[in-house]
Design a protein around this ligand. Structure first.
Ligand SMILES: [Zn+2]
Length: 438
């Protein structure tokens, strides 16, 4: 799924119509017209004949929406392969999202849905999970997933053994995160495999060497929050467990309670289940869950109709904004821009707001960013930017490719494929819809 292409045609009040199945997606080129991959119900809906699947599996590198979401359209008999942790994150996303045609990753409802079918159970997809060290066989291919460091746990690169030689796919990765040793493991295995081709991400191929790191985010944020005598507010992507750990550690160090939302609790409970990720449970003593105002605005149980909130209402560590205002310096609240209307109740005057996300990189984000600054100023908050990217910089990526030394290079997931030509490896600029044979 390409966010930028989706933005070319759609925005908040102009959306692809579920009522037209995949018709709107095909017409705007958001998905390619490939035979034998799409859901039978969606093809039927378009007036086409359903097709038997002609791929034997789809491998998902990690749980970010641009990689995972359009699994939604795939034929039910195409099995999905992903990391164990990646599946946990997909479960967390699924638990707190309203079903729509673009997020039916784990299961889907046959379209069109007629009124008497509303209660029919969804069709579950087949998911097969793996960890580093496993080998997956799909038809004549043998695939080795190897962990990489990225801004979401459970991210993998792949070494794909074919009858013509080995192909390496990087997925999304970086060298400057907390677990750069994982990316090193991947590079080492990729190099050893003497690949005939590499398919590589290149989101930041145009960026020089940077001195960013998760540790820098930690030190900078800790310094800023230590000086704060009022409420501390932080915003980061909760799919990034390293960033969660960064702020949770700071909250502990400063003796503050870490306040999350019910949506965040869905993620935290999955992280906690994962033995490899050492995260606290959402009911941990250091954590509190902020109860949003719904319906009557009086916090009564009947106000909450979403199941992911309802089933957690009896947790012992639920707190309201009004309680936080009694002793604001004792709390660090994770609050995303889309929930900024809660600032009205939190009254964070004179506090600090840490924006631990990337800066805006398109017009739409600029508009939201300006609106965010208005809220910040309205509540007299001190704004601090503290972030490091989930993607490898151009310098490190060129180094990676030279080390792996493939015979051929296919850059994808990049706005600057031409820049790869300067690396000195035979580079093929990929055209959409074209078949490449090795
Ligand atoms: Zn990603």
């Amino acid at each position: 799924m390409s966010f930028s292409r989706r933005d070319m045609f759609f925005e908040e009040y102009l959306m692809p119509r579920s009522a037209n199945g995949i018709g709107d997606f095909l017409a705007t080129n958001l998905i390619p017209d490939i035979s034998g991959i799409y859901r039978e119900d969606l093809l039927n809906h378009l007036g086409r004949k359903p097709e038997k699947p002609n791929v034997q599996g789809v491998i998902l590198s990690h749980a970010h929406a641009d990689h995972a979401n359009y699994i939604s359209f795939l034929h039910k008999d195409i099995p999905i392969y992903c990391g164990e942790t990646c599946k946990y994150i997909l479960d967390a996303i699924d638990e707190q999202s309203q079903r729509n045609l673009e997020n039916e990753v784990l299961s889907f409802k046959k379209r069109p849905i007629f009124k008497n079918e509303y209660r029919d159970p969804p069709i579950e997809r087949e998911f097969n999970t793996f960890r580093t060290g496993d080998k997956i066989r799909i038809d004549s291919l043998e695939i080795e997933p190897i962990h990489v460091d990225h801004s979401v746990p459970g991210a993998y690169g792949f070494i794909i053994h074919t009858s013509e030689g080995t192909i390496v796919y990087t997925g999304d990765l970086r060298m400057h995160g907390t677990h750069s040793h994982m990316t090193d493991d991947f590079i080492e295995a990729a190099k050893e495999s003497k690949p005939i081709a590499i398919i590589t991400e290149g989101t930041r191929i145009d960026v020089q060497k940077t001195n960013e790191s998760e540790d820098k985010v930690y030190r900078n944020s800790k310094k800023e929050l230590s000086k704060n005598k009022n409420l501390s507010i932080v915003d980061f992507n909760f799919k990034d467990v390293d960033r969660f750990t960064t702020f949770y550690k700071i909250a502990k160090y400063l003796g503050k309670k870490f306040v999350i939302s019910f949506k965040h609790a869905c993620y935290l409970e999955r992280y906690h289940k994962d033995k490899k990720i050492k995260s606290p449970d959402s009911r941990d003593g250091g954590i509190q869950i902020l109860k949003p105002k719904r319906l009557t605005g009086t916090y009564i149980d009947e106000d909450y109709t979403d199941w992911y909130i309802k089933r957690r209402l009896k947790y012992p560590n639920i707190i309201t904004a009004e309680e936080i205002t009694k002793n604001p310096s004792k709390y660090m609240v994770v609050l995303n821009f889309w929930y900024f209307n809660m600032l009205v109740d939190l009254k964070p005057y004179g506090g600090v707001y840490i924006h631990s996300l990337s800066e805006p990189f398109n017009e739409e984000m600029e508009i939201s960013y300006d609106r965010m600054i208005n809220w910040i100023n309205n509540f007299d908050l001190r704004f601090v930017q503290s972030h490091c990217s989930g993607h490898i910089n151009g310098h490190d990526l060129k180094q990676l490719i030279k080390t792996v030394n493939p015979k051929k290079l296919y850059p994808i997931h990049t706005e600057h494929p031409d820049m790869f030509k300067r690396i000195g490896i035979n580079t093929e600029i990929v055209q959409e819809g074209k078949l490449y044979k090795l």
